[in-house]
Design a protein around this ligand. Structure first.
Ligand SMILES: [Zn+2]
Length: 214
């Protein structure tokens, strides 16, 4: 399990997740990362390789059982999570230092079943489906009363090739008690407020262009 440690000077909490150093793509050769066929046998995010991931949290699929092929967007827990749902929110103090368990979650939103399909070249319907998956998981994860903030971000880079986004709900908010913060508290970032408003207040239905969802 990861650990949170508070920076004594800024009061910011920092995630210490040593298990993440074991991620396989840490050892991918740069030239291997450049190979991007539509399917890779060893890629856990490619369709047909569902057995290589933990059980899915969500999938938009054409019928069939969970953790099988036939999906177009799939969400799974990260095998090497920065935060996990186990643990306690109790803070421990060791002299000058404060720490607590890294409580939260760490999910991967696999944006396509095809290894080399990238967001800028996807059709609008597929992009819409990815955003719907963001929203659905956001609403589900915020049901956990321990969660104070959910961060969703788009991963981009050469390794490991398959495109995905990340959702990290965490047990501590964006605020801090840094003396330079307004009134002792940092304002909620505008992007966080926008996401909360968009995902919770907007009536939702799939557009007609998103035919894959029917
Ligand atoms: Zn892949």
């Amino acid at each position: 399990m990861s650990q949170l440690r508070q920076d004594p000077t800024t009061k910011e909490w920092v995630i210490i997740a040593t298990e993440r150093s074991q991620r396989p793509h840490n050892f991918v050769r740069p030239d291997a990362a450049l190979e991007k066929p539509p399917y890779k046998e060893e890629c856990p995010f490619c369709q047909g390789n569902e057995f290589l991931t933990p059980h899915e949290s969500l999938a938009y699929r054409h019928g069939g059982p969970a953790d099988s092929a036939g999906w177009w967007v799939r969400v799974v827990p990260n095998r090497f999570p920065a935060l996990s749902s186990d643990g306690s929110l109790r803070r421990e103090e060791m002299g000058f230092f404060r720490m607590m368990d890294g409580v939260g979650a760490h999910e991967v939103v696999v944006e396509s079943p095809i290894h080399n399909e990238i967001l800028p070249l996807m059709n609008e319907g597929q992009v819409e489906e990815i955003l719907l998956a963001y929203r659905e998981r956001y609403l589900a994860l915020r049901e956990d009363h321990r969660i104070k903030l959910i961060i969703i971000f788009k991963n981009h880079g050469q390794a490991p090739g398959h495109r995905w986004s990340t959702a990290i709900p965490r047990s501590w908010g964006p605020w801090s008690s840094h003396p330079e913060s307004e009134g002792g508290w940092t304002r909620l970032p505008a992007t966080t407020m926008t996401m909360e408003a968009a995902f919770t207040a907007t009536p939702f239905r799939r557009s007609s262009s998103s035919a894959r969802g029917s």
